[in-house]
Structures are given as C-alpha cells and as structure tokens.
Design a protein around this ligand. Sequence first.
Ligand code: ARG
Length: 573
Amino acid sequence: MSATKFRKAIASQLSRITSCPESQLLGLLGTPKTALNQQFNIPIPRLKSQRDSVQLSNELAHKFQPDSLIQEASAKGPFLHFSVRPTEYIRQTLLQVYNEQSNYGCHTADKSHIVVLDYSSPNIAKPFHAGHLRSTILGNFVKRIHQAMGYPVIGINYLGDWGKQYGLLAVGFEKYGDKALLEKDPIHHLYDVYVKINSDITEDVDRQANEYFRRMEEGDLTVLEQWKRFRDLSISSYKSIYKRLGIEFERYSGESETEPYIQPLYDLLQSKNLINKTADGAWTVDLSSYDLGSPVVRRADGTSLYLTRDLANLILRQSPKKSMYIVGTEQSLYMQQMFKIAELASLATNMHHVSFGRVQGMSTRKGTVVFLQDILDTAQEQMLKNLKENVTKYNELLTLGIQKGGQRLVGQEAANLVADQLGTSAVIVQDLFANRVKNYSFSYDRMTAARGYTGVYLQYTHARMCAIERKTNTQITTDCDFSLLKEKEAFELALAVSQFPDVVKSSYQSMEPCVVVQYLFKLAHTMGQANSTLRIKDVDPSLAEARMLLLWAARTTLANGLKLIGISPLERI
Ligand code: ARG
C-alpha cells in the first residue's frame, strides 16, 4: 500500500535511531494528511522517553536522513513532522489504484469466520417504517464494509412473519381480499386488508383469528399454505424493491422459522440453570446483576415471545461466531438482554448491536404511512423533474442513453433509470451522512439538490469525470511521466486518494458509514479543484496522459467509495 510504504520508511529509520519498536511507531503514524508540507507526524511524548520532548524532537529531526521516499523531517515543538517526496508519493499511489482497480480500498482479513448480519427485517402486512429504511441502508453498508475488510458475510432478512396477527390477516382476507390485487401488489394489498379488518374487529372476528393462528401453530397444512402464499408473494415483491437499492439477501428467514427450536431453547436454558419460574407461572431469566432486569422468555400460558424467538433463531443460525443486528437505538435494552442470555447459554459469541437514531417527518405523496417502494418512487419522480429542468442535457440523455449490464438503454427508459439511481443515491446519502445514533429529518427537497452534501452531487462529480474520460483521446496508462504532476492540486488529490484504504479501515472500526461519506465529499471537492486547474484538453500529450491517470484514479476511488455505501455510480447524467 502506498501510504503504508511511506509510513514504514519513517518508522524503520526512526526505530533505528530511537530504539523504539517499529510497530509502536507505525501505530503513531496515522492517515496521511492532505497538507502540502507535512503529511505524517509523531507526537514525541507518546514515545514515553525520559528526555524532554522538545529537545528530543529537535535531535531526531537532525538525525533523520532523507531517502528516496521521505524528503524531510522537521521539529515543531514536541512534534516531529515528515514530508514525503511528492512525485514518488503520487507515483506509488496511482500505481496502486491502477493495479487494484475496483479492489482499491479493500483489505484482507486475518480471521475468516462468517459474519451474520440481521437487517431490514420488515413485518408482513405492516408498514415499512423509517426504522426499516435505516436498517436496510445501514445494513447494506455493514455488509459491504465487512466484505471490503475481507470477511465472508451472510445477510439475513428476519421477517416479522408469525403471530396472532396472521390469523387476523387471514380472516380479513376472507372478507376483503382480492386475489388479483394480491398478485399485483401484495405489500400494499395485505396492509389494506389488515387495516380494514382491524377497524371492524368484533369478538367473533377475534375468536376466528385466534382459532386460525392456533391451526397455524399446530401445523395445519391448509392454513399454512395460504400463509406461505402471503409470505412468498411479499418476499418476491420486496426482492424487486431491494434490487433498486442494489441489495440482495443470502437468506429470507423470520420469526416463523424458529418454531422447532423453541423447545430445544427452553431445554438449553434449563440445563444452564438460567430459568426462574415466577409465582404466576411465567419463566424469566435473572439479569439483574448485569443491570438488565429479568426478561420473560415464556409466558404463563406457555407461549413464546419475540425474545424467545430471537434466541431460538440462534440455534437455527448454528451459533454464529460474530453477528451484527442492525436495529434502532430504542431497542438497545432489548438487544443487551438478548445478547446476555445468548452469551450465558453459550448460544453465540461476539454479538453487536449496530444502533441508529430516528427519522423525523418521513412521508410520501400518499400520506404518512410509508412503504419503501413509495419512498423510492417519490425520490425518483423528484429527480426526473429536476433532470427535465436542463432541457439540453435531458435530451442528450434521451438520445445517447446509458449502459446497463452490457445493454444500451435510450429514451424514457434511460431517463427513468438515471432518475431512479439518483433518487436512491439521495436517500442513501441523507441516511448515512451523520453519525448513526443521530436523528435526522427527512426532506426530499434537500436530499435531491444537485449542490450541497447530497448523493446527487457525488453522482454528478462521478459522471462529469466519466465525461472527461470519454471526450479525451488520452489513454489511461501508468507508463507516464509522473514528474509532470507538479501543481499543488495534483499532489493534494493524490494525497486524498491515498487516504481511502485507511478510511475504509477506520469506518469499519467504528462501524460508522459517515466516515466514508464525509471522505467522499472531501474527495469530490478536491476533484473539483483539480479538474478546474489541471486541463487535459489542448496541453502537451505527455502532460495530458499524467493528468488523465490522476483524474481516473480519483474517479475510481470515488466509485469504489460509492459502491461501499450501496450506490452504483452513474457514467452519464
Ligand atoms: N421485525 C422487527 C421490527 O420490525 C425487526 C427485527 C430485528 N431483528 C431481530 N432479530 N430482532 O421491529
């Protein structure tokens, strides 16, 4: 890695003259700064020497010998600064991007255990609310960043697909169901039916619903067949909506699948002496010594709870070595309880709650009940409207079209696809912009703006670079004269590009997508500056070639970063 190579050069020489271990020094040299005159520094007090830090820093600056990678060491108070040789730094960075291409930024994991991710997880016949939206977008990021770090992952969509409400839904379907509507749009139709039957619930309806669910629990094939149909149709509808977001799950699971594991779970908890039977007959697990209360795992009437099913599901998941649950902050206590019981029962290890804050003001044209499809449709419509405002560009898009999976789309189809991808980019960036735990307010206007901190801006930056690549006759080659890249904008851009592998790592460590997102904005701004200074047209061909490689490397880095957050970069807008 380019930055690593330079860090190593500093650390190994410094280790020789200080007798400090190289690994410790490497740990102190962080991500390269984009500053022009000092890219790395070491705070001397961290070396824990007996000597005065300012004096030692001066002495080390004198002793340090410039070499083929490092140009200078200088002391500033107790800090030791290092500057790299710009041409060599640019060369190493661009060679790395060129060699690694779409893998640039990826790492290899030292351990290769499978990481199980539980995300999105909507409830059948209920709205897909803001929490599900965030879990979906964030979960996709969690998946991709694990992959970028070299871990194999299994993404599970743990559906809310079991419980008394299915009895109610079935009774409702008898009354209000429409087979054709069910086929056409199962998600909306089942929700409509559910709302209708809920509003005219009577004792009789309630009795029928309970009876129906009882038959489901007993494994009655006729009722299960209908339930399975509702579930299958909902899943296939979800699949096509997730596809717009570039999301695919390895598994569709759900609460329904846990039934066979409930009894084995009770047996396990009992064998571990974890069950307390309360006076009224309910079973609890005493977690008070962990400050987590005493959650119920079996009701007095013998039925299971949401918590029971989550725990039983761990048996089905074969006691995963690492799991991430992407669930809102309001469920923190619940998650802690579940993890603790799982740990005490040796059901799983290394469980993490990737939590997130609330979304305010999310609605669609149709009102406040929100479905994922409607959110994406509304964002797409808004983008289409925005695109049409620039008549020339829009007509160009219609005639020239875009490339999609080896195929060329033109006309309205191309415009719709571009608008859809811009719309999803807008939704994703709005969601991942700040720290996860922060709440944010949802705004179509703000998120679809072409300027500011939006996904649309990032897409435009990417597409503009692609246009430059298309229009020039300059080829992308590493066989160019790197010393021609003299301008400060070129050096700054290469430095920004070289930060990406470190950014991926630190975003993984904090599990904060905003680390990547904020980096992408900085990269895009630096690209903008470089683009206006480093002309490619009408300059000497060898200069054009060197500049082209630099811009291409920056564009490739931007594309890799966009993919990491779940956006597919557009080549033409
Ligand atoms: N279906 C749940 C809900 O809508 C989310 C499930 C989260 N995953 C889990 N294993 N508990 O709130």
